[in-house]
Design a protein around this ligand. Structure first.
Ligand code: FAD
Ligand code: NAP
Length: 313
């Protein structure tokens, strides 16, 4: 029986593990299906993590986290959790892909979020063949070429800016004429010569051949179409929370969630189920920042120690 199972090894999960083990919990496993680090490792730049005054890539930011967070006894299991359910004695069962099951006295859900699909024609067909959600991963393939970026939030604008340093031109396609991104980022984009704003426009379809994307057809609010002959389109239209692990066989959730599926927590990161905590992007009203996810993780880790202590031996 584990003291604590942490599901997800991004900034929230890693920090929760460090606080829980440094604070005295002995048997703590962090289940992360990939390498620890989380979605920020896909970001080309981060400049708002306190204490790191240089602009670094997400990968650089996260490089030292696993070593620090695991030095007090946190164990990383590179496994995917398929479900967490409640046992009749108040403990939890962790179902791991490949039919392994583990019991734990407490659980922290830190499964974060994933890029959303925009829903235009050709998006799924050409995904990985010119349609991408990661500029750091795929931008280099379009060195010296023209590309398109879809979206008007911080991610779209920051990644458009990153791509403008690699590509000859970036078309930034957004469905409105104002942006959701922070004003400083909008200003930077507006002052970048090789970024052309394609506003009040949607992508009608992406077309190409068996080798990949050849172009994007956009349509503006007056119905005017444009054919942008680009081999790459980067889609940044928001994130969906990864709440599948708390979905039960009857379709209900293990704890209360809101209409977007975000987990409801109090200020201690406690959910509606005793012994179950949530931290980071998965929780309601998350500011979706690395520093906030880490802070949530610390809070949840401390909460898990108190909870396990309260159970006695
Ligand atoms: P995540 O980082 O999403 O980590 C969740 C982890 O859980 C993942 O590693 C995933 O593999 C794992 N996981 C999920 N389901 C399972 C499962 N069933 N079993 C096992 N493992 C599972 N924030 C900033 O502060 N500054 C920025 O400049 C910034 N830029 C960004 C740029 C981009 C392109 C993106 C995508 C995000 C950016 N963010 C930025 C937001 C930041 O990355 C997130 O707020 C933060 O990573 C959330 O941390 P988390 O630990 O809650 O979740
Ligand atoms: P977001 O803020 O939700 O923005 C999504 C954008 O995509 C919006 O502009 C939206 O348009 C557009 N969109 C949504 N669905 C669409 C569709 N089907 N077709 C076309 N466009 C569509 O998402 P995000 O940019 O990924 O950011 C997520 C969170 O992470 C935010 O809280 C953000 O602040 C944070 N973040 C922070 C930083 C940073 O601090 N530097 C960097 C990256 C991300 P509308 O505007 O019209 O709704």
């Amino acid at each position: 029986m584990l003291d604590l199972a942490i599901i997800g090894g991004g900034p929230a999960g890693l920090t929760a593990g460090m606080y829980a083990t440094r604070g005295g919990l002995k048997k703590v496993n962090m289940y992360e299906k990939g390498m620890p680090g989380g979605q920020i490792t896909k970001s080309s730049e981060i400049e708002n993590y306190p204490g790191i005054s240089k602009v670094v890539t997400g990968m650089e930011l996260m490089e030292s986290w696993p070593e620090q967070c695991m030095k007090f006894g946190l164990k990383h299991e590179m496994k995917e959790v398929t479900k967490v359910s409640a046992n009749s004695d108040g403990t939890f069962k962790i179902f791991i892909a490949g039919s392994e099951e583990v019991d734990s006295k407490s659980v922290i859900i830190c499964t974060g979020s994933n890029p959303r699909r925009a829903g235009f024609e050709g998006e799924d067909k050409f995904f990985g063949k010119g349609v991408s959600t990661c500029a750091t991963c795929d931008g280099f393939f379009y060195k010296g070429k023209e590309v398109a970026v879809l979206g008007g939030g911080d991610t779209a604008l920051e990644e458009a800016s990153y791509l403008s340093n690699i590509c000859s031109k970036v078309y930034l396609i957004h469905r409105r004429d104002t942006f959701r991104a922070s004003p400083a980022t909008v200003k930077r984009i507006e002052n970048t010569k090789n970024i052309e704003l394609v506003l009040n426009s949607k992508i009608q379809k992406v077309y190409g051949n068996e080798l990949g994307v050849e172009g994007v057809i956009t349509i503006d609010k007056d119905g005017k179409e444009r054919d942008l002959k680009v081999p790459g389109i980067f889609v940044f239209v928001g994130m969906n929370v990864n709440n599948n692990v708390i979905k039960q066989n009857d379709g209900s959730f293990l704890c209360d969630v809101n209409e977007s599926g975000e987990i409801l927590v109090d200020l201690s990161m406690k959910t509606s189920k005793a012994g179950l905590f949530a931290a980071g992007d998965i929780r309601v009203k998350a500011p979706k920042q690395v520093v906030c996810a880490a802070g949530d993780g610390a809070t949840a880790g401390i909460g898990a120690i108190s909870y396990v202590d309260s159970l006695g031996d």
